[in-house]
Design a protein. Sequence first.
Length: 56
Amino acid sequence: MLHNVPKLISYISHNMTLLPGDVILTGTPAGITQIVAGDIVECEIEGIGTLVNPVR
């Protein structure tokens, strides 16, 4: 990762209120391809569940 996660959370929380369930997207490193139709994006919170989004 390019940024330290605790520092990223601190920076964001100084500009807006973070609530339980909020998701912070950090992007991807160089060399990763774009999301295209047919891809699936998943976000998991341990102990809660997984959000699965197919890309159209």
